[in-house]
Design a binder for this molecule. Structure first.
Ligand code: HEM
Length: 181
């Protein structure tokens, strides 16, 4: 994979995002850091607390109809009013990865309504999904969300709804990192 396609989330002493909290929701925590820097490319730095790497990829589960709904509200990152963010790295169990594609889709959407629930929050919340499993990272996904101060509660509500779903029974590690620009 071309190094330039990798995004590195670097937790340390420098970066435009200040880390407000870092909560292990499932499994092992990660060490706290003061700032987050988001870098394009692979980045190795001994002066930081951690580096989480991922890359953007094609959609796996979304139907054409769902894609059209998502496209009505494209996620724009970096909006000046969205000065709060959440970085949520997630690892799913071996049991999840042993399932066939159609079984995973059934759990993600038909049983858990992840896309349907998420679509209701698209206008206040901008998002980006990075895949990490295929590059041998400790998490499978890095999820990134930006929203305004007025929508922090809305984001909390969304995260709480998803965490109650059947899909989340397969989440073995999750860290909820909250940030402010
Ligand atoms: C803004 C609301 C959200 C929307 C519209 C949304 C939408 C989606 C969609 C469409 C996918 C499937 C991508 C594909 O087809 O491959 C997906 C995957 C995923 N989302 Fe969300 N989501 C939202 C919020 C969240 C939140 C709050 C979290 C974490 C707490 C989250 C975690 C994930 C993860 C880990 C995946 C990858 C699942 C897998 O491939 O096994 N999402 N999301």
């Amino acid at each position: 994979m071309a190094v330039s396609t990798i995004t590195s989330f670097v937790g340390g002493m420098a970066g435009s995002w200040t880390i407000l909290s870092c909560t292990a929701m499932a499994g092992q925590p990660i060490v706290n850091a003061k700032k987050l820097n988001i870098m394009t490319g692979e980045f190795d730095n001994n002066n930081c607390n951690w580096i989480l790497k991922g890359f953007k990829s094609n959609l796996r589960y979304t139907t054409k109809q769902e894609e059209e709904i998502l496209d009505l509200n494209p996620s724009i990152l970096g909006k000046p009013e969205n000065n709060f963010a959440a970085l949520i790295p997630i690892k799913k169990s071996e049991e999840w990865w042993l399932l066939a594609q159609d079984e995973r889709r059934k759990i993600l959407e038909e049983k858990s309504h992840h896309i349907e629930i998420g679509s209701r929050y698209l206008s206040p919340i901008s998002r980006s999904l990075y895949h990490s499993r295929d590059i041998g990272e400790e998490f499978d996904f890095l999820t990134w969300f930006e929203f305004s101060e007025n929508h922090i509660e809305k984001f909390n509500e969304l995260a709480e709804l998803l965490r109650k779903t059947e899909e989340w029974k397969y989440v073995i590690r999750e860290v909820d990192i909250r940030l402010r620009k």
